[in-house]
Design a protein around this ligand. Structure first.
Ligand code: BMA
Length: 386
């Protein structure tokens, strides 16, 4: 190309009138997630989530379609929809129990129904995230809540419970591969294994294993699902509890940029927001820390679990949660499940409003804001297409 032609092309390029390569349209460059062989819907979701985070944050709710306060398994029902006339944008589901091939998860949700709910949410344009309260490799009695030292070491390659752990992953892989949209495509999932890993209550937490053991566990899990079981519809979410004060603490057990797509933490409120602004300040500060990390590492972010049990403050959504998120560009915030009266806990256990709850009006205000994204908003974004 002579200089004159080159200059003209340069001017046209600047004016946006020609593509960089005149002979064909400029290819859209897509970023690849941790799984380089992810399905196209999963890659699209990954790329679109990055764009959508600039517009607002998605609202999510655990077990939303399965039950709510005072109801169970009513087709199409959701406490969020009862209150706001719209579904959440993000649906959280839980696999605890699946590793032992149980029919229902630890909260009584039949996996068969869960599969159907996941499909419904996805078909409407929503996003699916999945956690896994796997039972302890040392025995099922304590469930995930076993803090015996050595649990993680026992399932790593070469250790006594490694085959057992692989059999668990086999069950998970079957489930993930069975999630299909109406065209037969695999439904993408934000998988959040070993959640709250910096806490001290689950068998994969800080007190049971070394950072290195945790990292090997993560790396093996991802390798096994992706390479051995050919599961290619997952984005991987690293998720600590809310106890970190520095980037170093948040990253102490971070397994690596090549095997994480989203970074997040869980944090709940227990104190009185009228008397203490600790929750707002702390969440805001921590979202600041993970946003900086995400910018450095090119990751997505989320507040993966939060809430105030029973929402005892009428304006909690606009005056506490909204302020806690502030200006941070996170992908989503998810409220934990609306169990209703919990026999075992002997109290009401719910985190989202239901019809007739005192925070209903405030939640509607929250719903109507431009930067809170529910299902009608997110459906327009067509997250699974180019
Ligand atoms: C906890 C509670 C439990 C539940 C567990 C796993 O926060 O909601 O009742 O079993 O999550 O979903």
């Amino acid at each position: 190309m002579n200089r004159y032609v080159s200059n003209i092309k340069h001017l046209l390029l600047l004016a946006g009138l020609v593509g960089a390569n005149c002979s064909s349209a400029r290819p859209v460059t897509k970023e690849l997630p941790a799984d380089k062989n992810a399905t196209s819907q999963t890659i699209n979701l990954y790329n679109n989530l990055k764009k959508v985070a600039q517009k607002g944050f998605m609202f999510g709710h655990q077990d939303d379609l399965a039950y709510g306060v005072n109801w169970k398994y009513e087709n199409g029902r959701s406490d969020i929809k009862d209150v706001a006339g719209d579904y959440p944008a993000v649906y959280g589901w839980e696999l605890g129990g699946l590793e032992a091939n149980a029919e229902k998860n630890i909260d009584g949700v039949p996996f068969k129904k869960m599969r159907q709910y996941i499909k419904e949410g996805y078909e409407r344009g929503g996003v699916i995230t999945i956690s896994w309260h796997a039972r302890s490799p040392f025995g099922a009695e304590k469930g995930a809540w076993d803090t015996t030292h050595g649990t993680v070491a026992s399932i790593l390659p070469g250790a006594a419970n490694h085959q057992l752990y692989k059999s668990w992953l086999d069950e998970l892989a079957k489930f993930f591969l069975s999630l299909k949209g109406s065209q037969g495509e695999a439904i993408p999932v934000l998988f959040r294994p070993f959640h709250e890993l910096t806490g001290n209550w689950f068998w994969w937490c800080r007190n049971t294993c070394t950072p290195e053991q945790f990292k090997v566990l993560w790396r093996f899990t991802l390798y096994y699902l992706r390479e051995e079981k050919k599961v290619h519809n997952l984005l991987y979410v690293y998720n600590t509890s809310g106890d970190f004060k520095t980037k170093g603490e948040f990253l102490e057990r971070y397994p690596g940029d090549d095997i994480v797509d989203m970074i997040s933490f869980d944090s709940y409120q227990y104190d009185d927001p009228a008397k203490s602004d600790w929750f707002v300040k702390n969440i805001n500060f921590q979202l600041g820390l993970i946003s900086e990390i995400a910018a450095e590492k090119n990751k997505l972010t989320a507040l993966a679990e939060t809430g105030y049990e029973q929402i005892p403050f009428a304006n909690w959504f606009t005056e506490t949660l909204l302020k806690a998120i502030g200006e941070h560009k996170i992908s989503y915030v998810l409220l934990w499940r609306n169990h209703g009266y919990n026999e075992w806990m002997k109290k009401m256990h719910y985190y989202a409003p239901y019809k007739g709850h005192g925070s209903e009006l405030d939640f509607l205000k929250f719903y109507q804001l431009d930067n809170t994204l529910f299902e009608k908003d997110i459906a327009k974004e067509k997250l699974y297409t180019d």
